[in-house]
Every structure is written in structure tokens, then in C-alpha cells.
Design a protein around this ligand. Structure first.
Ligand code: NAD
Length: 295
């Protein structure tokens, strides 16, 4: 059993922290939104007055925050958790953020003599609630070995992706594939409609042929075929288009910094920008088929 400080008790962090309590850990939590702290308290998490207080006594500090700017603010500076953490504490950031911010925070932690991991997740709110998340982890072998049982209390697949920032690198590469493939599937199913080919027939053929992919098998953008599709629920997320847009933008930031050519990633980012700017950020990312159909 560890003493864990958990900062960022939102849609993902709230249920993740609850699973740590269920696994027998003593969890102290903080969020800037009082309602999130109240919900956590009801689930057995001890509330802290601020991020520093949540971190100060913890063996392990976990953060689950919106973006890189929040992570930098919470970790660094005189009021940050790096300054507050006790000697030997392990820091784990599970937020999805840009690779540069992740590496900058790793460096600040190393300077203070603290181990750190970047460990973004996939699996969404359902994965957080059911402890079936996938963790993509960047950092040292020793820190990874120490954190593995903690990840296993919140998820099912835990992969060590390499050194500092490689968890975030894996996340942006994976989600760039997902965004591109969702657009490809949407184009194919919209084309099939125009050609008079039933969606069910295309699915029966393609899902067992060379066009098959994870997004088709799990998030098919047309209703009535795949049980887990948001299309069956009027595109209620699921994985919101705004989140896909965020992850695609991170992929393009990373590509520009690394000098990598990602022309389809760039196109997918532009299409999701149009879709989100048209007021669709709250729909599931598979709803992009509506824009592709022109409806
Ligand atoms: P969320 O907005 O529900 O939760 C973030 C929480 O952080 C909020 O409760 C917010 O009040 C809190 N917060 C912000 N600044 C803070 C600060 N300075 N100190 C303490 N708390 C602070 O978002 P979420 O859906 O839980 O996502 C969290 C992260 O996980 C994001 O980076 C997101 O991209 C990633 N993610 C989300 C999903 C998903 O399906 N929701 C899936 C995979 C990854």
C-alpha cells in the first residue's frame, strides 16, 4: 500500500483515484473545482487544500490535468509539487500533453533528484471507471518497475515506451493513426452510400479484408452494425471530437519540432479543426462522417 497524492480529479482522474482507493492505497486528492473534491471525498479520497498539500506527504504523486500549461504550472516553480514532494517520491503525469512540456517537467524533477514518468492513457472515461486503461509510459526502468503495480490498479495494459517523453510520443502517434483512419472509414462508408452499397455489406466484407482496422471494428461511424459505436447513440461521446482535435494538434506540434512529414496527420487536423469550429466538439469524433457526407 502506498500513500498517493492525486491532482486533477476530473472525468478521468476522479475514477482513476477511486480505483486506487479500491486497491487499498491511501489517496489524498486535490482539484481546483470544489465539486470534484466533494465527489472524490464521497469515494474515500482525503481532500487536500492545494496541490502542494496533496503532494507533500505522498510516496507517489499522480496528476491528470487538461494540458501542458497546467502540468508545467502544477509541477514547477516555488509553489509546484516538485518543490513540495518529499525525498524519494515518484511523480507520474497521466495527462495527455505535448512532448516538450513532458520532457521539461522530467528535467525539472531530475534536477530535484526525483523520479518521474509520463504515462498518458487510452481507454476513455469507461476505461478509467472500469480500471481497463492502457498506460504508455516514458521514463527510467527503475521508475517504471516501481510504478507498475500502481498502473495495474487503474488499467489493464501497461507498456514502457522508453525514456522521458516517450509515453506522450506514443500517445500522439497512436491518436494520429486513429484520427486518420476514422476519416478514411467515413469516406469509404459515405462513398458506399452513393454507390448503392449497403453499409452492413461493406462492413461484412471490409472488416474481414485488408481495409479492416480498430476504428472500424469498434467505432464504426454508421449506426446499427457495431454495438460500441457512438453512431448508435446519436454520436454522444465516447471520445469527443474536441479531444481528437487536441491530440491531432499535439501530433502536428511534435511533427514540426521533430521535422517529420505527416501530410495525412496535417489533413486530419485541418478536417477536425473545421468540424470542431462548426460547433461539433462535443460530438463523438466518429460524427465527422456527417461533414464528409456534407450533411
Ligand atoms: P477534465 O477536464 O474532466 O479533468 C481535468 C481536471 O483537472 C479538472 O477537474 C480540472 O478542474 C482539474 N485542474 C485543472 N487545473 C488544475 C490545477 N491547477 N490544479 C488541480 N486541478 C486542476 O479532463 P479529463 O477528461 O479528465 O482529461 C484529463 C486528461 O486526460 C487530458 O489531458 C485528456 O486529454 C486526457 N485523456 C482524456 C480522455 C477522455 O476520454 N476524457 C481519454 C484519454 C486521455
Amino acid at each position: 500500500m502506498s500513500s498517493i497524492g492525486f491532482i486533477g480529479l476530473g472525468n478521468m482522474g476522479g475514477p482513476m483515484a477511486q480505483n486506487l482507493v479500491k486497491a487499498g492505497h491511501a489517496v489524498t486528492g486535490f482539484d481546483v473545482v470544489p465539486a470534484a473534491i466533494e465527489a472524490a471525498k464521497a469515494a474515500g479520497i482525503t481532500p487536500a487544500a492545494d496541490a502542494r498539500a496533496a503532494a507533500a506527504e505522498a510516496d507517489v504523486v499522480i496528476t491528470m490535468l487538461p494540458a501542458g500549461e497546467h502540468v508545467r504550472a502544477v509541477y514547477t516553480g516555488p509553489d509546484g509539487i516538485i518543490a513540495a514532494a518529499k525525498a524519494g517520491a515518484l511523480l507520474i503525469d497521466c495527462s495527455t500533453i505535448d512532448v516538450n512540456s513532458a520532457r521539461a517537467v522530467h528535467a525539472a524533477a531530475a534536477e530535484a533528484g526525483l523520479d518521474m514518468l509520463d504515462a498518458p492513457v487510452s481507454g476513455g472515461v469507461a476505461g478509467a471507471a472500469n480500471a481497463t486503461l492502457t498506460f504508455m509510459v516514458g521514463g527510467s526502468d527503475a521508475a517504471f518497475a516501481r510504478a507498475k503495480p500502481i498502473f495495474e490498479a487503474m488499467g489493464r495494459n501497461v507498456v514502457h515506451a522508453g525514456g522521458a517523453g516517450n509515453g506522450q510520443a506514443a500517445k500522439v502517434c497512436n491518436n494520429m493513426i486513429l484520427g486518420i483512419t476514422m476519416i478514411g472509414i467515413s469516406e469509404a462508408f459515405a462513398l458506399a452510400e452513393k454507390l448503392g452499397l449497403e453499409a452492413q455489406k461493406l462492413f461484412d466484407i471490409s472488416s474481414k479484408s485488408s481495409g479492416s482496422c480498430w476504428a472500424m471494428l469498434n467505432h464504426l461511424p454508421v449506426p446499427g452494425i457495431v454495438e460500441t459505436s457512438a453512431a448508435n447513440r446519436d454520436y454522444k461521446p465516447g471520445f469527443a471530437a474536441a479531444m481528437m482535435h487536441k491530440d491531432l494538434k499535439l501530433s502536428q506540434e511534435a511533427a514540426a519540432q521533430a521535422g517529420a512529414a505527416t501530410p495525412l496527420g496535417a489533413e486530419a487536423t485541418a478536417l477536425y479543426t473545421m468540424f470542431v469550429n462548426a460547433g461539433n466538439g462535443g460530438l463523438d469524433y466518429s460524427a465527422i462522417i456527417k461533414m464528409i457526407r456534407g450533411t
